[in-house]
Design a protein around this ligand. Structure first.
Ligand code: HEC
Ligand code: HEC
Length: 202
């Protein structure tokens, strides 16, 4: 019984997310200028144009708009929780999220702030392929649809998220990341994070 109830809850959550994605794709042209004006409240944390210069805070520039919108939705609905980000997302309406997503997606990505080690630059590409990272996140790890850009993301953020998926404590909308990480060796995680953070995503 309990399991059935949980399964129903999960299904309901996925349906709501799917409905949001649908409305997101169907939405009339988002207003990039309105998104830019509102982005002023985001920049103290996410950096100029959404290019983070703070280790634990993700860059949000140059993601596919859908990926940004999806994460804002996940924070607003309390699926994904963070003491800094949740209070911000809780106040956003769907059109505001749509505009913000369109604006940050249109922003140019800055050069990476991270320099990977020569050893990890050598090992990284084969690992990213072997573990299918490139299959879902795109051949150059720049993100596809609702799947976020990884290339050039903050190193500490990438590492923390990967460890959180591995420990099953990061919200995972469709379970794909948790199952992807289940086969990744613990010792390969810092190699992947180091290699990916150093990639130039411009
Ligand atoms: C007080 C600091 C702060 C402010 C202000 C803030 N954020 Fe965030 N944001 C964060 C942190 C910290 C995270 C990472 C949370 C985590 O580790 O799970 C985050 C995560 C995100 C993510 C998820 C990124 C990803 O790659 O998964 C998006 C999208 C986002 N923020 C958008 C915004 C937008 C848009 C605004 C302005 C309306 C904003 N944030 C304002 C701190 C902030
Ligand atoms: C089967 C598809 C799939 C595979 C394989 C996959 N990912 Fe993901 N990844 C996703 C999806 C979907 C999300 C968004 C999950 C969510 O937020 O609910 C995600 C999110 C992430 C995030 C969080 C990014 C952010 O901005 O918050 C990181 C980091 C990540 N993936 C790294 C990797 C790495 C490294 C690999 C290879 C070891 C990998 N992924 C393999 C689908 C995949």
């Amino acid at each position: 019984m309990v399991q059935v109830a949980i399964a129903r809850q999960v299904a309901a959550g996925l349906l709501a997310a799917a409905a949001f994605l649908f409305s997101f794709q169907q939405a009339w042209a988002a207003d990039i200028e309105a998104g830019k004006a509102m982005s002023q409240i985001c920049l103290p944390c996410h950096g100029p144009g959404g290019n983070s210069v703070t280790p634990g805070i993700p860059s949000i520039s140059g993601h596919v708009a859908q990926a940004i919108g999806m994460q804002l939705y996940n924070f607003r609905e309390g699926n994904r929780k963070n003491p800094q980000m949740s209070p911000i997302a809780e106040k956003l309406t769907n059109p505001e999220m749509n505009n913000l997503a369109a604006y940050f997606a249109s922003e140019k990505v800055s050069p990476p702030t991270h320099q990977a080690s020569a050893e990890n630059i050598r090992l990284g590409p084969a690992l990213a392929q072997q573990y299918n990272c490139t299959q879902c996140h795109g051949p150059t790890l720049k993100g596809i649809q609702h799947i976020p850009r990884l290339a050039g993301q903050q190193y500490e953020y990438l590492l923390a998220q990967l460890l959180a998926f591995k420990a099953h404590v990061r919200y995972d909308m469709d379970g794909n990341m948790t199952s992807a990480l289940s086969v990744v060796k613990e010792s390969d995680i810092p190699i992947l994070a180091d290699y990916i953070a150093g990639l130039d995503s411009r």
